[in-house]
Design a protein around this ligand. Sequence first.
Ligand SMILES: Cc1cc2nc3c(=O)[nH]c(=O)nc-3n(C[C@H](O)[C@H](O)[C@H](O)COP(=O)(O)OP(=O)(O)OC[C@H]3O[C@@H](n4cnc5c(N)ncnc54)[C@H](O)[C@@H]3O)c2cc1C
Length: 432
Amino acid sequence: MFDVAIIGGGFAGTLTAVHLLRAGITNLALIERRPPVGRGVAYGTHSEQHLLNTPAGEMSAFADDPNHFVEWLGDSWWAHFAPRRRYGDYVAAMLAAAPGGWRGFDDEAVGLLPEDGGYRVRLRGGTIVRARRVVLAIGQFPPAPLKPMAGLEERPWYVDDPWSEAAVAPLPPGGQALLVGTGLSAVDVAISLLDDAGAGHVVMASRNGRLPMPQLTTAPYKDWFHPDTAPLRLSQLLRQFRAEVKRSGLDARAVLDAMRPHVPAIWQRLPWVERRRFLRHLRSRWEAVRNRLPQPTAARLAELRVGGFITIMAGRVASLADAPGGALVTLGDGRELAVARVINCTGPDMAYRRINHPLILDVVGTGLGRWEPLGLGLDVDEDYRLIDDDGATTPGLYAVGAPTKGRFWEVNGVAELRLHTRDLAARIKADL
Ligand SMILES: Cc1cc2nc3c(=O)[nH]c(=O)nc-3n(C[C@H](O)[C@H](O)[C@H](O)COP(=O)(O)OP(=O)(O)OC[C@H]3O[C@@H](n4cnc5c(N)ncnc54)[C@H](O)[C@@H]3O)c2cc1C
């Protein structure tokens, strides 16, 4: 029996493994359905054009060693946006350098049941992995299905996963593509289609047509926000934030960055009604400011827009229909577009309830875990332990990263995940 089985070998699973190995817990299983480990969705891209959205100097995997990534990559990268592929190499190298052995399983976990004071993880290929403790580090899931057309998934011109090779596969020369979404992934896909896949024109459409803001180059702002005394109403928080932006005379992004380390604390203090209000009214604006475009990507996007190769549209997609060579798209305002490909870039689906994955269904179906009340992953306590059907913590079953978004809100960026993985590993060590 393993001491710990980690399901998911993206950044969160791999860094949890690194911390456990460094803490002497080496009887470890790491299960990843899309090997190699260390990459996950973000750092598994093959494109050199897909850049980290934070300068290399801020991307250390270890909070207590802020220069770690730059020392690995080379000092000249300090203020630059490195290719995400290189970051995957870095994370994999950290695992290779960690002391002690671990065992990798290149397979998908499809079942989880309690057994003999631990757990029994069933893999798709039939292997059973037994472990005293289990960590769900399963990350983000591709976007929720688009509504306009039944049977969309079977259409050859439709791609439901913006991070798949299919999204950026060659198009007929000069072909047009529609990207539903205008966030970071949509920008990456648009640039890849135009620069590498032969596309002639890309339309990016989302309800508000809002693009992520570019990264800032200003010096960091002071630590101005105090979660313990912060107001617990969203409207007052917003007022406080705006007043601080005015007082600082700085760009709102700098003020927000200084607030970011406190976000998990304030999120957990906010009443449910305020969290719901945030999700309904502020989320898209927050994400446009919080998830920024690396400057080289922002510059390339601007060039392509000025050249007329990318059009950004605000509005919904009313209907999609088969047409010769692709699809005919009708937008909410009646405009029609003939496209060779439609790619769903609406952002990761956080509603685990909708994701019919057998592993998650097992966790919830057997009552080991339950849905997070706002539909943001699974319910966990502050020690990353799953909360069961009756509201009690489930011993020995943990989650980190995307499944814990409802509890901490900030769980996606390396800046937060390096803390969560460190704290989780310490928690598991104490528990063992
Ligand atoms: C396109 C993109 C770009 C990003 N760029 C940045 C950036 O520049 N800087 C930054 O700080 N953050 C960035 N992020 C945020 C990013 O999500 C985190 O930095 C981090 O990579 C998340 O890691 P994770 O392990 O939680 O999730 P993931 O990367 O999604 O990894 C989860 C892993 O679990 C595996 N898995 C899932 N289910 C199973 C199963 N049942 N059995 C076995 N394996 C399973 C998956 O195959 C996957 O490899 C980006 C995110 C995306 C999507």
